[in-house]
Design a binder for this molecule. Structure first.
Ligand SMILES: [Fe+2]
Ligand SMILES: [Fe+2]
Length: 273
């Protein structure tokens, strides 16, 4: 493989690994957001439906990246939450991890709920701008499937921040505070200028051994995955039942293949590099 081809292949797999982490983090976190929205705004059917659609889209995006990896017979690189924009944003603004967010407290506290809406809004606006940039990248444009994925993501993105913007505007609230914009800016810069190159250059980056939609402990540090996966397996099953929404991805030409994470891992053996 020529150095240019090797660079391109590594760039695409690092990018797709970071994206699939963020898409998975997105749809699983939105389950918690939905709890808060239903509790805070029980009469706002339109807003609730928009957040449900947002959740369904992020799951669809996750599936598209999953199938991109399946087509290559490889598992994604096992990145951690330092590669997650929403993880770092929540930690920066709320001072706790996503898993530690208390949904009930947020639903009961107007200021906290508005802050959560602003964090999602800014994260999604950032995502939309990033996709526009990526669609001009020659390495991405050289991969027709990756280009098709990002075109679908680009089309979906406005629906992911407009509902929160609309809700905040209807309440007469600000849609972003300067400190939150600053936090979003620095997270993005550190992801692009530090994290992405660090993952790219780390030739010993481990790969996932299981798909996170099949095992909620897939991203857990080694040694913690079993207990975490047992704890979260039932939550995951109920989320998957609720979702029932892979149709968008299928309709976009990403028909599900009967390849499971375990099958992929078995075929490749231990996939860590
Ligand atoms: Fe997405
Ligand atoms: Fe999104």
């Amino acid at each position: 493989m020529s150095p240019h081809a090797a660079f391109r292949a590594r760039f695409l797999e690092v990018l797709a690994s970071i994206y699939i982490y963020n898409e998975h983090r997105g749809y699983t976190s939105l389950d918690r957001v939905l709890e808060a929205v239903r509790a805070r705004c029980p009469g706002e059917a339109g807003f609730i439906a928009a957040v449900e659609k947002h959740r369904a889209d992020e799951y669809k995006h996750y599936l598209m990246f999953k199938r991109w990896f399946e087509r290559q017979g490889r598992m994604p690189l096992k990145v951690d939450r330092t590669c997650g924009h929403i993880d770092r944003f929540i930690e920066g603004v709320f001072g706790c991890t996503i898993d530690e967010l208390d949904t009930r407290t947020i639903a009961a506290d107007g200021a906290q709920f508005e802050k959560l809406c602003r964090v999602i809004l800014l994260t999604e606006q950032r995502g939309m701008r990033q996709v526009e940039i990526l669609l001009r990248n020659p390495h991405i444009r050289s991969d027709p499937v990756m280009t098709r994925i990002f075109r679908i993501v680009e089309k979906d993105e406005p629906d992911h921040w407009l509902p929160y913007h609309g809700w905040l505007t209807r309440q007469g609230r600000v849609t972003a505070k300067w400190r939150e914009r600053w936090t979003d800016f620095w997270i993005h810069k550190s992801l692009m200028l530090a994290k992405l190159p660090a993952v790219f250059l780390n030739a010993r980056s481990p790969r996932l051994e299981r798909w996170p939609d099949e095992d909620a402990g897939a991203y857990a540090p080694a040694g913690q995955s079993n207990s975490r996966s047992n704890q979260l397996r039932s939550d995951l099953a109920s989320s998957a039942d609720r979702a029932g929404d892979g149709d968008g991805a299928k309709g976009a030409g990403f028909a599900r293949r009967p390849v499971t994470a375990s099958a992929t891992t078995t075929r490749l053996g231990r996939t860590g590099r």
